[in-house]
Design a protein. Sequence first.
Length: 322
Amino acid sequence: MLKAAGLSETKEATYLALVRQGSASVTQLAERVGLTVVQVRRAVAALQREGFVHRTPPPQELVVPVPPELAVEQFIKSQELELERTRAAAQRLAAEAYSRPINRRTEELIEIVSGQAAVGWAFDRVQRTAQKEMRELVAPPYAASTEVNRTQLDRQAAGVAYRVVYDSSALADSVLAASAVSHVRSGEQARIADALPTKLAIADRELALLPLDWTTPAHDAALLVHPSNLLDALVALFETVWARASPLSVTESGGLSEEASMSAEDRYLLSLLVAGLTDDAAGARLGISRRTVARRVQQLMEQTNSRSRLQLGWQARERGWL
């Protein structure tokens, strides 16, 4: 009955006798379960260490059972803690194993992960690998979930920055939108774009997760990509999508909305510059100084990650601002 909780037959028989018949001395317990006093004494000592029983002081020295629901819950929590320690140790070992890509053979640069559960563990592994930043593309179809990404919240609390681009369909998925709100409120930088090319998760420049078949929610197979030219290409893909995406913010009502892309005045200013007017001429049209024109243009370049005014004009056209 309680073997799953780690109890041997002797310990289980001893504990069940206490639960069903009440507290007893070691001698009485031995009689109940048909074991020697030495066997029962050892079983009681083990049960006490594991939180299933406690002892009363002399002269009675009775063995008292801890209620099953409390004892098992305590056991489960201790096991969860031990598993978490094991996971952390495995993450440190993995980081050590893959810390020297120059010594890695070609076939070791990519891992194939099979099975829905394995893909989920791989995503968790990627997040725990990140020390500085996680980059993600979130595209449909979306796996059904009612919970936020707890690992993400933990990693954000540890100082890992998250930059996430959501496909425009994400706002129509109430479950995904609700979890995204929690992530953004916890510090995630979120943007939105139309027709994302794939799902993707990248930890720093160390590890990436790329689904092999992202057209189904099950995600039964994926690639783990280690430092290589392919990983560099995936990083470049994300940065290109990020530069063209629009920022998302949480509204007062607790939803997500695309931030206002450009004020009417800035749109007019940009249209004047694209038409060929100088900063002085554009400023005169708007009644502002040349310095103010330059400052506003710089702000628009930062907003669109543009390195030149020519690139800013292209970004404005791509985003429908002009």
